[in-house]
Design a protein around this ligand. Sequence first.
Ligand SMILES: N[C@@H](CCC(=O)N[C@@H](CS)C(=O)NCC(=O)O)C(=O)O
Length: 232
Amino acid sequence: MVLRYFYDLMSQPSRAVYIFLKINKIPFEPKAVALRKGEHYSDEYKKVNPFSLVPVLDDNGFILTESVAILKYLVAKYNLPEHWYPKTNLQAQARVDEYMNWQHWNTRLKSAYLFRNLLIEPKALSRPVDWDKVEQFRTEVKKTVKFLENVWLKDQPFLCGQEISVADILGICELIQLYAVNEEYLYEENSVVKAWMDRVKERLQPHFDEAHKLTYRTREMYPMIKEQLAKL
Ligand SMILES: N[C@@H](CCC(=O)N[C@@H](CS)C(=O)NCC(=O)O)C(=O)O
């Protein structure tokens, strides 16, 4: 039985599932999909995912989209440890669900829009960075970081309790996207959030760094990219 995984490591939810597969030693056939080359718009890929998005899991013909659904499916299928996504404690499970629902419009939306406005859109559309918009999203990211500190991480080391869960993997993969565009000060200046990120990273190594090689490389190239964008 083959588990095939379609992903692009520049995609935050793709990295979350990738790290999760690795950390739990789940064997899979990697199917990299290069979003920058538009491979997700090919007819072949649309047969896998008509939404033209990554990530996608193909479990012997059972196709599943949406990182949250994929993570929950993997926990159940491989009977993974309770802390990733609680089974017996209904309220603990609901708390993880609560974060995963919250993050779509918060950690993910705000960080992804900032990243998009600094890099993806100016590059793809050959137009200068809209600095007013960037400032708006910086403010939004700061608000999200404050919520992480004052709500999710209030009195606990991980987003949903005393132990790491899938929520932490999703959350850190969204925030770290900002490192690629030199905006990491937005979360690093918050000591509670920074300590949480360090804690989560440590638990996910060496897979965290492996999954983020492309993010780190983008960061190295960002000063040059920024110079090019300034000339548009
Ligand atoms: N809610 C989805 C989001 C999937 C998604 O937005 N993927 C992005 C990459 S992060 C994508 O494939 N974008 C391609 C495009 O918009 O053209 C999940 O969590 O899996």
